[in-house]
Write a protein that binds this ligand. Structure first.
Ligand SMILES: Nc1nc2c(ncn2[C@@H]2O[C@H](COP(=O)(O)OP(=O)(O)OP(=O)(O)O)[C@@H](O)[C@H]2O)c(=O)[nH]1
Ligand SMILES: [Mg+2]
Length: 200
């Protein structure tokens, strides 16, 4: 598919152009209207350049940061809600180093659907770090007293956040970036190695 090749040509996340900058890809998953876009926008505020890739109905937020003295080029991939009833295109998962999986604390179904998203994520990326985010706690703060089985079952990092008032938003993204960097540097995922060879 031509458009998919275009994306891959532009960004080869596995091969950094120079040794001082790491290129990281973070993907956002979760049902429509859980607040994925608002969270990214809240994190980056004015400091981002959204790029619309209409073929996939996705937005790419690209920005640069530093962590432990190393400069990091971060791409955050954000879907639009169209994919609600279908699987995402494999390109979305391709070469991703971390995932932010979001549900909306005001809509139980979005929590239930985490399993579906997680299953699909693991089909493509069996071992990348995944953080789970319970968004919109500004609407019902009492939810933060509850525990969530999905998170326990899969032993995933978990945060209560609000894109509206900013609670924990920076923390989530900074941690996801940190995890992505570690994954990239220490990845021994055999499947990834094989995939890389197949793509040459
Ligand atoms: N109260 C409250 N509303 C929020 C919060 N985050 C997002 N919203 C609202 O929820 C709605 C959906 O937010 P989006 O960021 O567009 O959701 P999305 O997950 O990107 O949705 P799709 O692009 O359709 O997949 C919007 O009306 C937001 O204003 C939050 O933390 N608190
Ligand atoms: Mg969105």
């Amino acid at each position: 598919m031509a458009a998919s090749e275009e994306i891959h040509e532009d960004f080869d996340y596995d091969n950094d152009d120079d040794s001082t900058t790491a290129k990281i890809k973070i993907i956002c998953l979760g049902d429509s209207a859980v607040g994925k876009s608002k969270l990214v926008e809240r994190f980056l505020m004015d400091d981002y350049k959204p790029q619309q890739l209409s073929t996939y109905a996705l937005t790419l937020f690209r920005y640069n940061t530093t962590m432990n003295g190393k400069s990091i080029g971060v791409d955050i991939w954000d879907t639009a809600g169209q994919e609600r009833f279908a699987s995402l295109h494999p390109s979305y998962y391709h070469q991703a180093h971390a995932c932010i999986l979001t549900f909306d604390v005001t809509r139980k179904i979005t929590y239930k659907n985490l399993s579906r998203w997680y299953k699909e994520l693991r089909e493509y990326r069996p071992s990348i770090p995944c953080v789970v985010v319970a968004n919109k706690i500004d609407v019902d703060f009492s939810i933060t007293k509850k525990s969530f089985n999905f998170v326990k079952k899969h032993n995933l990092p978990f945060y209560f956040v609000s894109a509206s008032d900013g609670t924990n938003v920076v923390k989530v993204f900074r941690n996801a970036i940190k995890l992505a960097v570690v994954y990239k540097e220490e990845s021994t995922d055999f499947l990834d190695e094989v995939m890389r060879e197949l793509e040459v």
